[in-house]
Design a protein around this ligand. Structure first.
Ligand SMILES: Cc1cc2nc3c(=O)[nH]c(=O)nc-3n(C[C@H](O)[C@H](O)[C@H](O)COP(=O)(O)O)c2cc1C
Ligand code: SF4
Length: 508
């Protein structure tokens, strides 16, 4: 462990067994914590200042206290291991090396908030993590850590929204990764609840749960001794993009971003840094702000954010219109079309950027269309996804206006496309991330273009109109129509189609 303290989560070599984890830490935090009252554990968590590592940085102790104090006696615990934010791989890296800390945190949470059942939501494509989790759960069940707690692994689809907490709960209930109404946050309406028994759910990220184990073991003050006043502890960061050695690094919160890029990730590959994206939920970090400390508050002060600490480094050679195009399309495609303005606004922004970059298809007011489309997306929104577009897209246009304006006057020089770093796997030896190549083929109605190798000379039997997904052509076009209709909720028929489509894993 870097620094040798109790609070570092990533061992130098993966813990191969529960015994190896115990040998390192001396004992089980979950088993030891049974001698401590739930109220004391919540106090320690609050004292630690731990903030959620899933993106929003919400104070973890406060979240636990809210659920522990809820009037409804039925509660659930849910671990969010969906990890769908572009540029982020830290949860999978942690689960591969040390699934035990996270599982200890889940067991502690269940006892503290009085939950009898806990779920872990993992994408079905995360095979090594699922395997690692299953083996670790078996060991810890045998050791008595989950006595009186039922634990269920829920394998979900690749949709970005699967990781949104209200969509994750809905998926656990009925197999659809679609956010519920904003008025029903998980701490009010959890799982399998109704008005009389809302069954609040504690939803935390993998890394958040993992930090709990060491806080329970060593105390809140000890955790606070690391990091900054704003963001105590360590942060597990992913660095991808134009750097020499991409990877996942655990650092003390508050180290300058430039240190992470230069010392941990080996610096930029060629040209100097143009900007760094902290995922796709906040404004870009400009090159002249790389000295900013990596914590929630400092990055917010420069108009950006920490998010889930997934930093995508863009060097000078990157075309920012291409970057904006890729992000706008991703948000448009991943929007689920339940709210009137979201899909429509993001679609308008995405199409305007496409227009600017396509010869002969541009309008003089394309820049305004992008900004208006993006800013109009969050209205009556159930989730934060359209807010991300409304913040990031106008910010890219404003900061890199000199790259967008020439596109309105003359045909583009067809700059290189920007592949979205939706990280599918990491080869530790070669220090290479592989990207999920299905995202570029995904259509706004959540069906898929055929993979390039499936447009072959070899004839195949899929009917016209359903290439890539084995949906009946009529059903596919019904779903597509729903996808583009604005202001209408996905109705029962479309839900049915979607459920079938997702549960069978087709189209991938
Ligand atoms: C579109 C969208 C996708 C999200 N994906 C994830 C995810 O993959 N993993 C995650 O932990 N949080 C994700 N979140 C944040 C969760 O909704 C939630 O805030 C988080 O799980 C809370 O855990 P924390 O308090 O430990 O941070 C996402 C949010 C949005 C709006
Ligand atoms: S805001 Fe957008 S992504 Fe979120 S639930 Fe509504 S339509 Fe779906």
């Amino acid at each position: 462990m870097t620094g040798g303290g109790d609070h570092w989560l990533l061992p130098d070599e993966p813990f191969e067994s529960w015994a190896a984890y115990l040998a390192h830490h001396g004992s089980s935090a979950a088993l030891d914590s049974r001698a401590t009252s739930p109220a004391t554990i919540i106090e320690e968590l609050e004292r630690s200042g731990l903030r959620g590592r899933g993106g929003a940085g919400f104070p973890t102790g406060l979240k636990w206290r809210t659920i522990a104090n809820h009037a409804c006696p039925v509660r659930y615990v849910v671990c969010n291991a969906a990890e769908g934010e572009p540029g982020t791989f830290k949860d999978r890296f942690l689960l591969r090396r040390n699934p035990y800390a996270c599982l200890e945190g889940i067991a502690i949470a269940a006892r503290v908030v009085g939950a009898k059942k806990a779920f872990i939501g993992v994408k079905e494509s995360f095979k090594p993590e699922l395997e690692r989790l299953r083996a670790a759960i078996l060991e810890m069940v045998a050791a008595g850590v989950f006595e009186d707690i039922e634990l269920e692994l829920v394998e979900g689809p690749g949709e970005y929204l699967f990781g949104e907490e209200k969509a994750l709960l809905r998926f656990i209930e009925d197999g659809l990764p679609l956010p519920r109404e904003a008025e029903a946050p998980p701490y009010e309406l959890g799982l399998f609840g109704d008005q009389r028994s809302p069954n609040p759910a504690l939803v935390n990220n993998v890394e958040t749960f993992a930090h709990v184990a060491s806080i329970v073991r060593a105390g809140g003050d000890s955790f606070r001794a690391l990091g900054t006043h704003d963001t105590p502890g360590t942060v597990i960061c992913t660095i991808s993009g134009d750097v020499a050695r991409p990877g996942v690094f655990e650092v003390e919160a508050g180290v300058p971003l430039s240190l992470l890029i230069d010392e941990q990730a080996g610096g930029v590959r060629g040209a100097p840094v143009k900007a760094v994206l902290a995922g796709i939920s906040t404004r870009p970090i400009p090159a002249d702000k790389l000295h900013t400390p990596v914590d929630f508050g400092s990055l917010a002060l420069i108009g950006s954010g920490l998010g889930s600490a997934g930093f995508i480094v863009l060097d000078e050679s990157r075309s920012m219109p291409r970057v904006a195009q890729t992000i706008a399309r991703f948000l448009y495609v991943e929007s689920c079309n339940q709210c009137t303005a979201c899909k429509h606004g993001l679609g308008a922004a995405s199409k305007a950027i496409d227009g600017m970059l396509a010869a002969g298809d541009r309008h003089p007011d394309d820049l305004e269309r992008v900004v208006f489309g993006a800013r109009s997306a969050p209205q009556g929104n159930r989730c934060y996804l359209p807010v991300q577009g409304s913040i990031l897209l106008p910010a890219l246009l404003a900061r890199f206006r000199s790259e967008f304006e020439p596109l309105l006057r003359a045909p583009a020089a067809d700059p290189e496309r920007f592949p979205l770093p939706l990280l599918a796997d990491f080869d530790e030896e070669r220090r290479v991330f592989t990207y999920d190549d299905t995202t570029a083929r995904k259509r706004p109605d959540w069906t898929y273009e055929p993979p390039l190798e499936l447009v072959p000379s070899i004839p195949h039997s899929e009917p016209e109109g359903s290439v890539g997904v084995r949906l009946d052509p009529d059903v596919a076009s019904a779903l597509r129509e729903r996808g583009s209709a604005t202001g209408r909720q996905l109705d029962a028929i479309a839900n049915e189609i979607l459920r079938e489509h997702l549960s069978s894993g087709k189209g991938r």
